[in-house]
Every structure is written in C-alpha cells, then in structure tokens.
Design a protein around this ligand. Structure first.
Ligand code: HEM
Length: 391
C-alpha cells in the first residue's frame, strides 16, 4: 500500500496517473488527512455504510472554530447533516426536487444551451469556460431554483465568500465570510417573502409552499444549491470538453449520433468527474472495510475519480467511449448523501453536449488550459481556450 501525497507534484500534474499507480498496488493508500479508498468495490461499499458520516464542522474545529455563526452555518448544510435531521430535510426537498420537475425544465435548459451555442458559433475560438460552461451552469441553476438573475453579481460574490468556509484558511477570512452570510440572509429573507406572497413555477416556491422548512433551513438550502449546483456543473462541462479534445473521434460520433446524448453525459461524468476526490467521511465507531479497521473519528476518502477508472470493472477505463455499456459510475456518491441534483446535472450535460458537437466542429486546444488543483472540492479547468470550425 502506497502513500498518496495530495499536495505533491505527481498528483497535482496528473492525478489520474498517480491514482492508477497506487490503485494497481492496493485498494487503498494513506494520505495526510486519512485513508484514500481507490478501487470501485470498496468505494461503493464505503459510500453506503451507515457507520460513517460527512465531516460536518470537523474541519472548522481543526482550525480552532468550535462555535458561532460559522459552525451553525456549516451544520445547517444538508451535506453536513446526519441521521434523522438529514432524513427529515432530504425527504422534504426530494418531494419538491422531483424527476418530473427536472424533465419539465428540460426545454429551458435546451433553450439556454442553444443561445450560448449560437454565440460560440458566431466566432471560431473562445475560452470554453467563460463563454459556455460558466454561464450555462449559472443560468440553469438560477432559473431552476428561482433566484433573480439581476442580482447575480452580488450573489456570486457572496456565495464564493461563503464557500471559503470549506477551506483551510477560515480564520483569515472570518470577517468576509460572516459579512457574506449577513448579506445573503437579508437578500434571501426578501426573496422568501416574495415567493410566499406570489408563488412561481420554481423550486424555491415549491419548497416554501410545503411550510415544512423553517426560514433558517430554507436559506441554508438555497445557499447549498448555489454552492453545490453551479461549480460542479461548470467544471463538469469543462472536464468534458477537455476529455473530448483528447478523443476527437467521440466528438464526431456525438455530432452524428445525438441520440447518444445520455450515454455521453454519463461517460464524461465517469471518465472526468468534476468531483474527483469525493466527499470525505468520518468513522462514527470503529469500522471494518475489507479487513482494514478505520478507527472511530478517523477520516476516509472515497476517491470516486479513481474508482471510476478501475480496470477490474471498466474495460479500457482511461478511454472516453460514449457507447460504453453502463456500469454505474460513482461520481454522484452514494448512500444518504447521493447527489440531490444528479438528474438536473444529467439533463444539462445531455442537452448541452450534442448541441455543441453539432455546431462546434473539430475543437482543438488554442492555448494551454489552467486547472484548479485536484485537492479542491471540485476539479476542472478555470480557462480552456479552444479553436474550432463553426457551423
Ligand atoms: C456534474 C455535476 C455534479 C456533481 C459531480 C455532483 C457531485 C456531488 C457529490 C459527490 C455529492 C456527495 C455525495 C456523497 O458523498 O455521497 C453531492 C451531493 C449533493 N449535490 Fe451534487 N453534484 C453535481 C450537481 C449538482 C446539482 C446540479 C445540484 C443542485 C442543483 C446538486 C446538489 C447537491 C446537494 C444538495 C447535495 C447534498 C445531498 C445530501 O447531502 O443529501 N449537485 N453532489
């Protein structure tokens, strides 16, 4: 069993090669923050084990922050809740965030994608992230939830500031995070009052109308959706385009066969997940996994981006193949925290990718891309300059 140096050059430069090297040695590796589980079967088992929880406010405690508004905020996010408290909120949100609602919203996603593809097709090069991935993810999320786009600039800034709570320099950013939370609370109180007075056909109105969530829970839910539902999709579109640049035959195939859209969406999420490391888990009691004891309180990483490339489960795992016979990938996690927005993410990718493939022919890298480090909660390109023949 090897050691995965999360902050070392090998993982940073080519995370998949480093994960493959370690995965071939053993099903797990050690890291500075806990055990990294690397193979499909073990990651799948781990994700559904009830004796583990998400870290909640543990990372804040490690930084000396054990109470106050930041801890309350952290505990209020669905992903950080556990047991009955999680089950209650998840049940209420599931009843509003239905497949039916997502399917009814598909034409809106298609229209947003069409508009952005039109803009791309009016030129022959662009930064794919700024011109397509970011605005698509943002517009879809705002419209689906029911957040007014006029306030986008403020809201993006506040959400980004609140996002600093997940990092390891929270003390440095404390004042900024708390100010953003106050601004968001104020804004969201106004929005909740508006939706109560005049409900619309959006997720927020549906959540408000249940009357089962408190205002504190509703505000936390909107902030959760804004942090969980934008960057993930933006970076997933970015990693997808990067993967297609390496597999031009698959891009051409998708252009000819738009009926492969759903398979293409699934395959990019398997091959190049924007959630590479998965969400860490903490053992609530001593836990046995494949003969290894994970002591109570220890941290374990279900490295879904590694599991998805396990050669024991996927044939030619490093190859992007949009016609692949489906073994479910693990990118959306599992167990009680399985991604709430998976259906919406799938619709976004399935509507966007074939439209792009049909109008943006023979894409190629126009300049080197810049990438987030693979240790961030999401992974993907920050800039991805491409050139192409437009149709
Ligand atoms: C390709 C895009 C996406 C990826 C890769 C992704 C990935 C994930 C992952 C890995 C988890 C944790 C699962 C676990 O550890 O078991 C998660 C949870 C979650 N996701 Fe997503 N996600 C995406 C899109 C979305 C979207 C579009 C939304 C909402 C609009 C969303 C909302 C959430 C929420 C609320 C949770 C917490 C669920 C809970 O704790 O019960 N995600 N997602």
């Amino acid at each position: 069993m090897g050691d995965l140096d999360l902050y070392g050059p090998a993982f940073r430069t080519d995370p998949y090669a480093e994960l493959a090297r370690l995965r071939n040695e053993d099903w797990y590796a050690t890291t500075a923050i806990g055990t990294a589980v690397l193979r499909y079967r073990e990651v799948q088992t781990l994700l559904s084990m009830r004796d583990l929880r998400t870290p909640g406010a543990d990372f804040l405690a490690l930084q000396g922050i054990t109470d106050g508004p930041l801890v309350d905020t952290m505990r209020g996010f669905l992903l950080n809740a556990d047991g009955d408290a999680h089950a209650r909120v998840r049940r209420i949100v599931n009843a509003a965030f239905t497949t039916r609602r997502v399917e009814a919203f598909r034409p809106t996603v298609a229209a947003i994608a069409d508009g952005l593809v039109d803009d791309l097709a009016a030129r022959e090069e662009c930064d794919f992230v700024a011109a397509f991935a970011e605005p698509l993810a943002q517009r879809v999320l705002y419209r689906f939830v029911g957040i007014p786009e006029e306030r986008r600039e403020d809201l993006q800034r506040w959400t980004a500031d609140v996002g600093l709570i997940f990092g390891f320099s929270v003390t440095d950013h404390r004042a900024r995070i708390e100010a953003a939370l106050r601004n968001l609370d104020l804004f969201l109180d106004g929005l909740l009052a508006e939706r109560r007075a005049a409900p619309r056909d959006d997720l927020l109105s549906a959540l408000v109308s249940t009357q089962d969530l408190t205002d504190v829970e509703l505000r936390a839910m909107v902030v959760t959706l804004m942090s969980a539902g934008q960057g993930t999709v933006q970076h997933q579109l970015g990693t997808a385009m990067a993967a297609f640049l390496d597999h031009p035959d698959q891009w051409r195939l998708l252009a000819e066969r738009p009926d492969l859209a759903a398979g293409a969406a699934e395959e990019v999420v398997r091959h190049s997940p924007s959630a590479l490391l998965g969400v860490p888990r903490v053992a609530k009691v001593d836990v046995e996994l494949n003969g290894l004891t994970l002591p109570a309180g220890s941290c374990v990483l279900p490295v879904t981006g590694s599991a998805n490339r396990d050669g024991a489960v996927f044939d030619r795992p490093d190859t992007l193949d949009i016609t692949r016979r489906r073994t479910p990938h693990l990118t959306f996690g599992g167990g009680i925290h399985y991604c709430l927005g998976a259906a919406l993410a799938r619709v976004e990718l399935a509507e966007a990718l074939p439209r792009l493939a049909q109008r943006i022919r023979d894409p190629r890298a126009a300049a080197p891309a810049t990438w987030l480090p693979p240790t961030e909660a999401v992974y993907g390109p920050l800039t991805l300059p491409i050139g192409y023949a437009a149709r």
